[in-house]
Design a binder for this molecule. Structure first.
Ligand code: PGA
Length: 249
């Protein structure tokens, strides 16, 4: 059975102390959340401190990225082993902001996937089309190519661990959300595409929706058969909103 997951991507927000406070609030308010895996992804600098706050709770820790290399002379990079050392269990990979602003290619992402698996981190692997691609009805093709070039290279065993996040770029931070029908349509397509390679194992893959998900629209998005939760940006910075989303199944 696939898991329901609500993950908060804090992006480049919060000071360390504000991040600790947010984590503590989420832990406190999550006590009556059942049947949902909760994950928070603060900036690298916050990981060890936030790990302390999450200790003993049902909220798991994630990084937002990791290096493609194992260790060595890579100034400014953070290795997957270092991320794992903080107590993090997850790592977001291939977010559209990383692809767009930092030139992450499928080749880089394949290396990052390998680093995650080598260090027992569960990748939350992001795919999604840009506005022009959606308008030209190329979204299926774009997402399929993203998957073919990356996730399709995984062994069956590693594929069994990966979480997919579908994030239409036009919906991220814009206040525009995919309609529940649009989300279901492409999530079902993603699952069908994954099944072409991995068969019935794709039924166990959690596919999260991301892009302006908030307490007002989460319920209608999560009600869809192939939407297994959300990757939440802006709304994950307020503990009440994040928990309200987690209670939207
Ligand atoms: P948003 O971001 O919820 O602020 O749109 C989602 C994401 O980028 O993961």
């Amino acid at each position: 059975m696939r898991k329901k997951i609500v993950a908060g991507n804090w992006k480049m927000n919060t000071s360390v102390s504000k991040g600790e406070q947010l984590a503590a609030e989420i832990v406190e308010k999550s006590k009556d959340v059942e049947g949902v895996v909760l994950v928070v992804a603060p900036p690298f600098t916050h990981l060890t401190k936030v790990a302390d706050k999450l200790n003993g709770s049902q909220v798991a820790l994630s990084a937002q990225n990791c290096a493609a290399e194992t260790s060595g002379a890579y100034t400014g990079e953070v290795a997957a082993s270092m991320v794992a050392d903080t107590g993090a269990k997850y790592c977001i990979l291939g977010h559209s902001e990383r692809r767009e602003y930092y030139g992450e290619t499928d080749e880089t992402l394949n290396k990052k996937l390998a680093q995650c698996f080598a260090n027992n981190l569960i990748p939350v692997f992001c795919v999604g089309e840009k506005l022009a691609e959606r308008e030209n009805e190329r979204h299926f093709e774009v997402v399929k190519t993203q998957l073919y070039n990356t996730v399709f290279n995984l062994s069956d065993e590693d594929f069994g661990k990966v979480v997919i996040a579908y994030e239409p770029v036009w919906a991220i931070g814009t206040g525009k959300t995919a309609t529940p029908d649009q989300a279901q349509e492409i999530h079902a397509f993603i699952r069908k595409t994954l099944a072409e390679k991995f068969g019935a194992k794709a039924d166990d893959t959690s596919i999260l929706y991301g892009g302006s998900c908030n307490p007002a629209n989460a319920k209608s998005l999560f009600a869809n058969a192939d939407v297994d939760g959300g990757l939440i940006g802006g709304a994950s910075l307020k503990s009440d909103d994040f928990i309200a989303i987690a209670k939207s199944f």
